[in-house]
Design a protein around this ligand. Structure first.
Ligand SMILES: Cc1cc2nc3c(=O)[nH]c(=O)nc-3n(C[C@H](O)[C@H](O)[C@H](O)COP(=O)(O)OP(=O)(O)OC[C@H]3O[C@@H](n4cnc5c(N)ncnc54)[C@H](O)[C@@H]3O)c2cc1C
Length: 370
């Protein structure tokens, strides 16, 4: 009989791992409290290729992650859990501060395309030709392969698929214990023994590891976004817009446009809406798409991202614990890297190897036994 797999944390990382392992016949039990989950709050952009970050392990994960989305969605579709609205590729418009950056985008695209064919065509355009809500004098780099994900829709589909393949999901807070090499997970309603355990608890990883004598370098970052709605925007297949500030414009084909997101490092795990911060987003949007600034907000979302102190992703086996792995610290690009990380952990369990090189992700820098 295949191993019993425990997963604590059912955001994008834990749910993807649970999906692939239950699909492969493993006996999976996933615990997810869900409060403040980053994934459900995010309506995210998948367009990682042009970042100025020079962190190679990070770039490896986000570029592989963007490629992996195509397989991921095909797998969900084959299993009957993708209605086509989870991940849409209608391109991305990147508005730059200087003309030099437009030239650089074109050369970067040529350099990166051999390893990242999903980039597709890249060209400098007048932005309003592709999204008429934008001011006419704005230039942008258009990236054909840029996409967007509805985080909540993805989690709903993954959880349905996990149950379909016989996995169990417990929507409760859990903790774990290891006694003479036996791993148990306990929540209010159940206590389970598992052979292997993944801690994919996002910003809450420190509180899972603290009782075991570990200090974990993960800090919470609050993110807020809001929704606008107009039936006239339905089925337009508009690209997502990434201006220089934080107020991305993310059109969905159901007539929704999402504006976001904020990045607040001083609010801990607070989940209340801060109207002043939303207003700042609106003022940024007004600079490039004045019409949008006049719409009323129809919905808001708040979630808590996880960051390490140097913004590295934390992934690997927990030091001095057998059969326990942790993944966290995905930050602002976790919708892009998360599915790939979850999938690679499932590969490790199934085949004993994955593409995640432990030397590129020194987990002992972020999880320290005290
Ligand atoms: C507003 C916003 C916008 C974003 N936009 C983008 C974007 O455009 N592009 C992009 O790539 N990324 C984006 N992100 C980042 C991305 O959403 C996150 O990095 C990613 O979703 C993190 O996934 P995760 O699985 O690690 O954690 P989470 O999604 O936070 O999931 C962790 C889960 O673990 C559960 N949990 C914790 N402790 C326990 C416990 N003890 N027992 C049971 N359950 C527990 C939590 O309740 C939660 O449900 C955005 C995030 C936010 C908040």
């Amino acid at each position: 009989m295949k191993e019993r797999i425990g997963i604590i944390g059912g955001g994008i990382v834990g749910s993807t791992a649970a999906y692939y392992l239950s699909r492969a016949g493993y006996r999976v039990i996933l615990f997810d409290e869900g409060i403040g989950q980053a994934t459900k709050a995010a309506a995210g952009i998948i367009n990682p290729w042009f970042s100025l970050r020079r962190n190679k392990p990070w770039y490896f994960l986000v570029s592989q992650g963007a490629e992996f989305y195509r397989q991921f969605m095909a797998d969900l579709e084959q299993d009957g859990f993708n209605d086509g609205n989870i991940f849409q590729v209608d391109g991305a418009l990147m508005i730059r501060r200087s003309d030099k950056r437009y030239t650089k985008d074109l050369s970067q695209a040529d350099e990166k395309r051999p390893d990242s064919p999903s980039i597709g065509e890249v060209k400098t355009v007048q932005a309003s030709d592709l999204l008429p809500l934008l001011n006419e004098d704005i230039k942008a780099t258009y990236v054909e392969g840029g996409g967007r994900v509805d985080g909540e829709a993805l989690i709903t589909s993954l959880h349905q698929a996990i149950k379909h393949f016989g996995g169990q999901i417990i929507h409760e807070k859990a903790q774990f214990n290891i006694d003479k090499s036996i791993i148990t997970i306990e929540s209010n309603s159940t206590k389970e023994t598992v052979d292997r355990l993944l801690l994919s608890a996002g910003a809450w990883l420190p509180e899972l590891l603290a009782p075991h004598g570990y200090e974990t370098d993960i800090r919470p970052q609050k993110g807020q976004l809001y929704y606008l709605q107009d039936n006239a925007w339905e089925n337009k297949h508009w690209p997502v817009v990434m201006p220089p500030g934080t107020a991305d414009i993310i059109p969905f084909n159901n007539g929704t446009i999402i504006i976001g997101a904020t990045h607040e490092d001083d609010q801990g795990y607070d989940l209340s809406i801060d109207e002043a911060k939303l207003q700042q987003l609106t003022e940024e949007v007004r600079q490039i798409a004045p019409q949008l600034a006049n719409y009323s907000i129809v919905k808001t979302k708040v979630g808590t991202r996880a960051h390490t102190s140097n913004f590295d992703i934390l992934a690997g086996k927990v030091p001095e614990m057998d059969h326990v792995w942790a993944v966290s610290g995905l930050g602002s690009s976790g919708l892009t890297s998360g599915p790939y990380l979850g999938y690679q952990w499932s590969e490790l369990i199934q085949h004993g190897h994955s593409t995640i090189d432990p030397q590129s992700f020194p987990i002992e820098n972020h999880i320290i036994r005290i």
